[in-house]
Write a protein that binds this ligand. Structure first.
Ligand code: AR6
Length: 168
């Protein structure tokens, strides 16, 4: 298993699966979620709506993951996961770790060989970059998986630098 850190737009990645930092509604939003739905087209939202009807009437719980088509994206699948909102009052690091573990479990069930993750919760959800990176890299390293190519695709200098420090 190899872990790499790249700078860029995750929607451009030619991998089997990209991970979306979604919200419980699964119905889209801003940040990387908005970018994925825009670039992938309506087929992703249609499948998310179907998942809400069939399996997740109350939405996808925080820390869990589920796959849909990637529509027009170069990837084959989008794995949607819901990161925790950061708060100083409570340690939600286990929920953030769960996003990475559960995404890899979904990837393994799909037979995915390559996957790209964004920095889940490190944007709108307010997670400090250093901590988000340590949890992401630490969890992926500790998780047994058949995925051989794991990439973190990062959008900002601050988050990129934090992931580089976490990997070193
Ligand atoms: N490729 C890679 N990373 C990106 C991209 C991109 N195209 N665009 C943004 N990022 P965020 P969250 C980075 O806010 O904190 C949405 O509205 C961004 O710079 O997308 O988990 C959802 O619907 C940051 O480092 O996700 C939820 O409501 C990282 O992706 C909520 O935001 C995550 O930032 C989830 O918040």
């Amino acid at each position: 298993m190899g872990i790499r850190i790249l700078r860029g737009d995750i929607t451009k990645q030619h991998v089997d699966a990209i991970v979306n930092a979604a919200n419980t509604s699964l119905l889209g939003g801003g940040g990387v979620d908005g970018a994925i739905h825009r670039a992938g087209g309506p087929a992703i939202l249609e499948e998310c709506q179907e998942l809400r009807r069939s399996r997740y009437g109350k939405g996808l719980p925080t820390g869990q993951a589920v796959a849909t088509t990637a529509g027009r994206l170069p990837a084959r699948w989008v794995i949607h996961t819901v990161g925790p909102v950061y708060t100083e009052d409570e340690d939600r690091g286990d929920l953030l770790a769960s996003c990475y573990r559960e995404s890899l479990a979904v990837a393994d069930r799909l037979g995915v060989d390559s996957i790209a993750f964004p920095a889940v919760s490190a944007g709108v959800y307010g997670w400090p970059a250093e901590s988000a990176a340590a949890i992401a890299v630490g969890t992926v390293r500790e998780t047994a998986t058949n995925v051989s190519d794991i990439r973190f695709v990062l959008f900002t200098d601050e988050v990129l630098a934090a992931f580089q420090r976490a990997l070193d």
